[in-house]
Write a protein that binds this ligand. Structure first.
Ligand code: NDP
Ligand code: PYC
Length: 334
């Protein structure tokens, strides 16, 4: 039977499990915040379902729980963070204030994170910047899983990117999407729940399109969204998140060879823009005009809507935590 927990109670349990597995306090707060936000808002592919993967990656020694991360004032508009083989959310927590200060001072700032592991959703990383009035873009790359339309094997990762847009007096518009038709996490959930995949989401180990999640997971690969266009977005993400940050490409990641390791050693790039410094003094009004035009045209669904509805429900009724997750959460010492 699922147990209903408040966001705060679940945050404490997830944090405790991470700390018990060697994660430092700042990183544990940040990673737990990301996992709980995903579960709360209904992004189940990157919520509590990810906990066993975080724990097994830590136990395998592949990821460092409490590394010495270094935040460097790299250039007037660049913060560089050496995550020292730790979790990306912990690195961002350490560099975000410098990034915001630089974006406000210069109009724009890149936060360049290398030697990091990102195993979560991107929207919890970007949404807080928009709440503070900044436009934010984020790019993360990971283990090779996307096969290009003309290729025979995967090189690029499922490479998500996210965009957060502040709105005056309203929740930000935030989108966050994998470069594949489906995130790998959703293929795992489909396999677990006995669902078939949408057509053209993945191929089996022989390269044949397959709707069987087990076949895709067992040596197969995922297809980019929108045919060649998703492949090109995945390429852009790989360059911004890996090459520009000084991180390994997805095809250089060695996690697949380490028993228990499911996170990838990779990079993350965030770009912050202060609209008030970008030359558009009427930015907030222009965004409202755009939103009204979309609504007038019949757009009833904006990115983030689903999550905000789930968030309100969780605030009112709590977050349902299943037996397996509860057992894992209670396995750490009190
Ligand atoms: P989805 O396809 O579920 O959603 C992508 C975006 O589209 C969301 O912002 C969603 O908003 C929005 N959206 C959905 N339907 C509509 C619609 N009809 N009109 C307008 N907007 C819509 O996400 P993915 O499966 O691509 O990714 C799932 C998660 O996996 C992401 O959080 C991503 O960060 C994560 N991921 C992480 C990776 C990593 O390396 N760490 C790798 C790959 C993926 P809403 O949120 O409101 O549903
Ligand atoms: O769901 O594709 C995915 C993914 C890769 C790394 C973390 N999530």
């Amino acid at each position: 039977m699922p147990v209903n927990l408040s966001e705060e109670a679940l945050q404490q349990l997830v944090r405790r499990l991470l700390v018990a597995n060697g994660v430092d306090g700042i990183t544990a707060d940040a990673v737990a915040g990301s996992i709980v936000a995903a579960e709360r808002d209904g992004t189940l592919s990157h919520g509590l379902a990810r906990l066993p993967g975080f724990v097994s990656s830590l136990e395998s020694g592949w990821v460092t729980g409490s590394p010495e991360m270094i935040v460097t004032d790299q250039a007037p508009a660049v913060v560089r963070i050496d995550a020292a083989n730790g979790f990306a959310q912990g690195a961002l927590a350490r560099g975000r204030d410098m990034g915001i200060a630089k974006a406000r001072a210069n109009g724009i700032c890149a936060i360049s994170i290398h030697d990091s592991h990102h195993f979560g959703s991107l929207w919890p990383d970007v949404e807080p910047f928009a709440v503070q009035g900044l436009v934010c873009l984020a790019f993360v790359q990971s283990r090779s899983r996307i096969v290009a339309p003309s290729a025979s094997r995967a090189v690029l990762g499922t490479n998500p990117m996210a965009f957060a847009l502040p709105r005056a007096g309203r929740d930000p518009v935030v989108w966050d999407q994998a470069s594949s038709v489906l995130a790998h996490g959703d293929v795992i959930l489909a396999a677990k729940n006995g669902h078939t995949l949408p057509p053209d989401a993945g191929v089996d180990r022989s390269g044949h399109v397959s709707r069987d999640p087990a076949a895709v997971l067992d040596g197969g690969a995922l297809l980019p969204f929108g045919a060649h266009k998703g492949f090109l977005i995945a390429l852009l993400v790989e360059v911004l998140a890996a090459a520009l940050t000084g991180s390994r490409f997805g095809f250089e990641d060695e996690s697949a060879r380490i028993p228990g390791a499911v996170t990838s050693n990779a990079g993350q790039m965030l770009i912050l823009i202060d609209p008030s410094r970008a030359g558009a003094s009427d930015f907030a009004d222009r965004i409202e005009q755009l939103m009204h035009a979309l609504a007038d045209a019949g757009t009833t669904r904006m990115p983030g809507d689903r999550r905000y509805i789930n968030r309100a429900k969780a605030k009112a009724g709590g977050i349902a935590v299943g037996d397996a997750a509860m057992k894992l959460l209670q396995s750490s010492p009190h």
